[in-house]
Design a protein around this ligand. Structure first.
Ligand code: SAH
Length: 201
């Protein structure tokens, strides 16, 4: 997976490649999908949600330049796999999931794969995690119609956020949002397809 799907497509950050090699992805897919765990594709994890394709996980991880001790917020825990990859780089990971059943299974997946240090919260990630802000990086793994303002606020000056923006039914763009003292800049990185960002009622 690391050589054929990641290095060959230009993933080169050593910390990212090391983390992708280390985390047992088969412990994050549902029973019945085990033998496809390392395939070049997203897979269903129940409740209409998916675990992202390995390349997308690596691309998002590499983009934030993970390093030990960095404080990272993820919105959309899903299976917990992206959170585990971030934790494997030595980052301190906070992750929010809106579907209670998925938050529960992610907690189990993270515990049995050795990444119980990831902090999980069951909530609408739109509002971020203000008590733990600011974050060095924020990764959003569901497609939002716009970048939630509370997340921009919780990003450190000099920090990076990566988020798919666009309509759930049309093409979405993976955006990199960078904050400096004076302003917040965003640019598009590539077209992507993510499950929709939901809102709590
Ligand atoms: N990062 C995940 C991929 C998850 S798919 C992994 O590695 O497996 C996107 C996830 O975002 C889904 O689990 C979905 O329930 C969750 N989600 C959608 N809207 C959300 C919101 N507003 N707050 C928190 N989680 C949300």
């Amino acid at each position: 997976m690391v050589q054929l799907q990641l290095e060959r497509r230009g993933i080169s950050d050593p910390a990212t490649l090391e983390a992708m090699a280390q985390v047992p992805r088969h412990l994050f897919v549902p029973p019945g999908y085990q033998e496809r765990a390392y395939s070049d594709t997203p897979l269903p994890i129940g409740h209409g949600q998916t675990i992202s394709q390995p390349y997308i996980v690596a691309f998002m991880t590499q983009t934030i330049r993970p390093a030990p001790g960095m404080k990272v917020l993820e919105i959309g825990t899903g299976s917990g796999y992206q959170a585990a990859v971030l934790a494997a780089t030595g980052a301190r990971v906070y992750s929010i999931e809106i579907i209670p059943e998925l938050a529960q299974s992610a907690r189990e997946n993270l515990a049995r794969s050795g990444y119980a240090g990831v902090r999980l919260r069951e909530a609408d990630g739109y509002f971020g995690w203000p008590e733990e802000a600011p974050f060095d990086a924020i990764l959003v793994t569901a497609a939002a119609p716009f970048v939630p303002p509370p997340l921009i606020k919780q990003l450190k000056v000099g920090g990076k956020m990566i988020i798919p923006v666009g309509s759930p039914f049309l093409v979405q763009t993976l955006m990199l949002v960078e904050k400096d003292e004076r302003r917040t800049r965003s640019r598009s990185l590539m077209p992507v397809r993510f499950v929709p960002f939901r809102r709590s009622e």
